[in-house]
Write a new protein. Sequence first.
Length: 178
Amino acid sequence: MVQTPCPPLSDADWPVEIEDLREGFAGALNVYRTMAHHPALVRAWAPLRQHVVKDSALGAERSEVVILRVGHRMGSAYEWAHHVSRARALGFSDERIRAIAGEPEGEDGLIAGAVDALLDRRRLSLEEEAELAAAIGRLGVIDLMATVGFYSTLGYLLMTYETPVDEGVAAELESRPI
């Protein structure tokens, strides 16, 4: 069995170039501990992460719909698990979460359809963009596209380097499967 060349870095192996980020977002999750093999990328990633994760025009709930759909479509077990946990913390029912992986209705369906269009066709048609903008605003549409790109990139890293789901999330989903 081949071992991953980029396992999550321990505190002892943490790069000095990003020591200031270790106690924040970068040291908190295995995804960023994996990404820490490339300190310059983690440093550059920080402001985009702040916008996409915290300051997006989508807001927390719509962002979770986007992220869950991206995680599901990419087959990223890490993103799916982490965002099932995060969606539950936001008050999503398990039924709603399961629907996002299937054929959701209403606004969730509109958002999931946009994610699918971006992943499948690499674009939204002008009609899709207009319908989405009417529902979530033009800034929301642009942030949706940025979120799809952001989480696709994370998915590539996570799946290539077989990053393990963080222990707390794994324990939560083991005790309370979706």
